[in-house]
Design a protein around this ligand. Structure first.
Ligand SMILES: Nc1nc2c(ncn2[C@@H]2O[C@H](COP(=O)(O)OP(=O)(O)OP(=O)(O)O)[C@@H](O)[C@H]2O)c(=O)[nH]1
Length: 261
């Protein structure tokens, strides 16, 4: 072999080695890139949580109570931070919006009910809603007395005594006209199994308290749903376990058939 062909062979071997090295490193880089992409997509749901398109729950809230207690005022204060001074009796209306609770986007459907509606209509909203804001005015004794009847009506429709709700005493800016003492309302809240809060839709400094009313309902509902789902999962797995045991006892399992064969 002359020196020229020897050099040529060495050169081509070096080029071959170089190509192998380049391909291996490119493959390594590709593998790394793929791993990063897979990691990102496996965490994707967490990254997307803040995204409005990834809304996890829908929470239907009915605002109920006598005419003129401030149901619309509370709803509008929550949605727009504004207060409506004039009184215009409501026909039922559903508002849709979303809020953030525990870092999740929750879709809200708020039904502002008509205080003057008949009981037959109330059945409809009681059936529709997941949770309830029972509103009375602290200046109107009769509106407070009506709450217990409304709660019973909801219980009948839902066929359950564990209704998710919050008792709200509105118009607490009108202290001089108070007809319902706060301690009496606390007792009623205990009796009907709800949390209780006094607010004023008219007082702009109470915006945060009004926001909290809705948040409390959403949180309670989510907690109840989680407990229910857990119970259902447990029940279905225990049913499956019982079915498997019964199959083994009655000799219907493939394992038993193999043994007898
Ligand atoms: N001072 C005071 N007035 C309020 C408050 N909330 C509501 N109002 C007034 O009470 C009146 C009735 O309020 P609405 O919100 O329309 O009552 P509602 O419960 O929706 O009444 P219906 O639609 O008939 O069921 C209006 O004139 C409101 O401006 C409050 O916190 N303080």
């Amino acid at each position: 072999m002359d020196s020229l062909s020897y050099n040529f062979n060495i050169r081509s071997y070096q080029i071959y080695l170089f190509k192998v090295l380049v391909i291996t490193s490119v493959e390594k880089i590709q593998i790394r890139v793929q791993t990063v992409i897979i990691r990102m997509s496996s965490n994707g749901s967490r990254f997307n949580r803040g995204n409005g398109s990834d809304i996890k729950d829908v929470c239907k809230i009915a605002i109920v109570g006598c005419a003129g207690v401030g149901k619309t005022a509370i709803t509008v204060r929550y949605l727009t931070k504004r207060f409506i001074g004039e009184y215009c009796p409501t026909l039922e209306r559903i508002y849709k919006c979303s809020c953030k609770v525990d870092d999740d986007d929750v879709r809200l459907e708020i039904l502002d009910t008509a205080g003057q509606s008949k009981d037959a209509w109330k059945d409809g909203y009681a059936y529709w809603a997941d949770c309830f804001m029972f509103v009375y005015s602290i200046t109107d004794r009769q509106s407070f007395d009506e709450i217990i009847r409304l709660k019973r009506l909801v219980e009948q429709v839902k066929n359950s005594t564990s209704v998710i709700g919050i008792l709200v005493g509105n118009k607490c800016d009108l202290l001089h006209d108070r007809q319902v003492p706060a301690n009496e309302a606390t007792e009623l809240a205990d009796e009907i199994g709800c949390q209780f809060c006094e607010v004023s839709a008219a007082d702009w400094t109470d915006v945060a308290s009004i926001k909290n009313l809705f948040k409390t309902l959403v949180k309670d509902l989510r907690k109840t749903r989680t407990v229910k789902e857990g119970r259902q999962r447990k029940q279905s797995s225990s049913v499956k376990f019982k079915q498997a045991i019964q199959k083994v006892i009655s000799g219907k399992t493939p394992a038993k058939r193999t043994l007898s064969a």
